[in-house]
Design a binder for this molecule. Structure first.
Ligand code: NAG
Ligand code: NAG
Ligand code: NAG
Ligand code: NAG
Ligand code: NAG
Ligand code: NAG
Length: 387
C-alpha cells in the first residue's frame, strides 16, 4: 500500500514537471505562458496545489476505501472488479480533467438547448467520436431547435500511458469542445459513476436542457426523427416526465460469476430489478434527468448503470416507457436475401445499437437521400416478424 502511494506520488510529480516543461517549452512569450497556465488551471480545477509538496496526492486517493467491505461474507472469493466496486462504492466525487463550461451557453440560457446528446465514450474510442461528430451527433439547428453534444469519459491505463492519453484527449477537446472527462478508471463497473458525474455537471452547467439522449458511442441514432418525436410531445417542453427506450422488465441480477453483468448478493440482495430502459440509448426530459440526479443522492450505487437509473426512477415514482423505434438489441431484419443495411429499415427508427463507424457514415448519408424509395411498411413488417 505504502509503496504504491510513493510510486503514485512520484508519477504525479513527473506529470507536474512534464506539464511545466511543456508549458515553458511551447511558449516563448510571457503573456502566452500566462494564458496557457490559466487554461491549465481551468482544466485542472482545484484538484492540486502545485506549490505545496506536503499535500501532493493523486486526486483519486482522496477517497479512502471502505474497509468494512472486507468483512462481507466471502469477500475474498469475489472477482477483483467487484471487490473494487465494494471498496469504492461510496466515492461519488472525482475531479474533472476536461470541461466545456459553456456548452449550453451558461446555466441561465440552457433552455435554448432542445436536445443534448450525452454519449458514453472511452478514452480510446477516438474513431467512433470522429464519426459521430460528422454524422448523427453533429451540433446543429434543426427545425428551429438546437442539438448539442457531449462525450462523457473517464481515464484509462495508469502512469505514463494514462497521461499521454489524457494529453491526446485534451488536444481533441481543444478542437471539438465536446468532452467531459473525470479522473476515474473508465471501466464497465464505473458506468453508474459516470452517469452520476454527468448529472452533477448538468445540474451546474446545463440545468434547463429540454431533452437528452443518453447512449453509447456505437449506436446509430436518427436525430432527425428524434427531434420530430420530441417536438410532437404535447404539453411537454421538457418540464414534465419523459423516459423512453427499449424497456426491460421482470429481470433480476445475474448470479453467474462469468457474466459481464454478474452482480453477487454482496452487491445486491434483492432478486429483482425495477423496469428500466436498455443503456444503449434512451430519451429523457430535462425534468426527469434532474429527478434522477436528486434520487441518486439517496439510492445506493449499483454498478449496472441502466438498472441504477431504473432504481432512481422507481424511487421517484416515475415509470419508463417503451419506444418502438429504439432497438438497443439491434434490428431484426426479415431473413432472406435482403440487405441488412437497407436504409429503409433505418429511416423510421430512432436508435439502433451496435454499428461500426464506417456503417454509421454510410447510413447517415443514405437516410437523408431524397431519392430513397421505401415501401411504407418496413418497420411494421419487422415488428410482425417478432422483434
Ligand atoms: C476553486 O475553488 C475556489 C474556492 O474554493 C472557487 O472559488 C473557484 O471557483 C474554484 N475554481 C475552479 C476552477 O473550480
Ligand atoms: C462500507 O461497507 C459496508 C459493508 O458493505 C456497508 O455496510 C457500509 O454502508 C459501507 N460504508 C460506506 C460509507 O459506504
Ligand atoms: C480499471 O478497471 C479495470 C476493470 O476493473 C481493471 O482491469 C484495470 O486494471 C483498472 N485500471 C486501473 C488503472 O486501475
Ligand atoms: C472506479 O474508479 C475508481 C477511480 O479510478 C477506482 O478506484 C475504482 O477501482 C473503479 N471501480 C471499478 C469497479 O472499476
Ligand atoms: C431536487 O431536489 C431539490 C431539493 O431537494 C428540489 O428543490 C428540486 O425541486 C428537486 N428537483 C426535482 C426535479 O425533483
Ligand atoms: C404501423 O403500424 C401502426 C399500428 O401498429 C400504424 O399506426 C402505422 O400507421 C403503421 N405504419 C406504417 C408505415 O404502415
Amino acid at each position: 500500500m505504502r509503496k504504491k502511494n510513493v510510486e503514485m506520488i512520484a508519477l504525479f510529480l513527473t506529470g507536474v514537471v512534464s506539464l511545466f516543461i511543456i508549458i515553458n517549452k511551447n511558449d516563448a512569450k510571457e503573456d502566452n505562458v500566462n494564458r496557457k497556465r490559466k487554461q491549465t488551471e481551468e482544466l485542472l480545477p482545484n484538484q492540486t496545489d502545485f506549490p505545496s509538496t506536503e499535500t501532493l496526492q493523486p486526486p483519486s486517493s482522496h477517497c479512502q476505501p471502505n474497509m468494512s467491505a472486507y468483512k462481507l461474507p466471502e469477500f475474498s472469493t469475489l472477482p477483483d472488479h467487484i471487490k473494487d466496486f465494494l471498496l469504492y462504492q461510496h466515492c461519488k466525487s472525482f475531479p474533472m480533467i476536461l470541461d466545456v463550461p459553456d456548452k449550453c451557453g451558461g446555466a441561465q440560457s440552457s433552455a435554448d438547448v432542445f436536445l443534448l446528446l450525452v454519449i458514453k465514450s472511452s478514452p480510446e474510442n477516438y474513431d467512433r467520436r470522429e464519426v459521430l461528430r460528422k454524422t448523427w451527433a453533429e451540433e446543429r439547428l434543426h427545425k428551429g431547435v438546437w442539438i448539442r453534444r457531449v462525450f462523457i469519459i473517464g481515464t484509462s491505463k495508469s502512469g505514463f500511458e494514462k497521461r499521454r492519453m489524457n494529453r491526446l484527449l485534451k488536444l481533441e477537446n481543444n478542437e471539438n469542445k465536446d468532452i467531459l472527462q473525470w479522473d476515474f478508471n473508465d471501466s464497465f463497473f464505473n458506468l453508474t459513476l459516470k452517469q452520476i458525474l454527468f448529472l452533477e455537471w448538468m445540474d451546474r452547467r446545463c440545468p434547463n436542457a429540454r431533452f437528452l439522449l443518453n447512449g453509447d458511442d456505437d449506436i446509430f441514432a436518427n436525430t432527425f426523427n428524434m427531434i420530430e418525436y420530441l417536438q410532437g410531445q404535447e404539453d411537454n417542453d421538457g418540464s414534465r416526465h419523459l423516459f423512453t427506450g427499449h424497456i426491460i422488465q421482470n429481470e433480476g441480477p445475474i448470479r453467474k460469476p462469468s457474466s459481464k453483468y454478474y452482480v453477487p448478493v454482496q452487491v445486491q440482495k434483492s432478486e429483482s430489478y425495477p423496469p428500466y430502459c436498455g443503456g444503449g440509448g434512451f430519451l429523457l426530459s430535462g425534468f426527469t434527468a434532474r429527478t434522477i440526479y436528486n434520487m441518486s443522492h439517496s439510492v445506493i450505487l449499483l454498478p449496472i448503470d441502466d438498472v441504477y437509473i431504473g432504481m432512481c426512477l422507481e424511487k421517484a415514482g416515475l415509470k419508463p416507457t417503451s419506444h418502438f423505434g429504439v432497438r438497443t438489441t439491434g434490428l431484426n431484419i426479415p431473413a432472406g436475401n435482403v440487405d441488412k443495411f437497407d436504409p429503409c429499415y433505418y429511416r423510421e427508427i430512432i436508435l439502433v445499437h451496435r454499428f461500426l463507424p464506417h456503417m454509421i457514415f454510410v447510413m447517415w448519408e443514405e437516410i437523408q437521400n431524397p431519392n430513397l424509395r421505401c415501401a411504407k411498411t418496413n418497420v411494421n413488417r419487422t415488428k410482425e416478424q417478432g422483434v
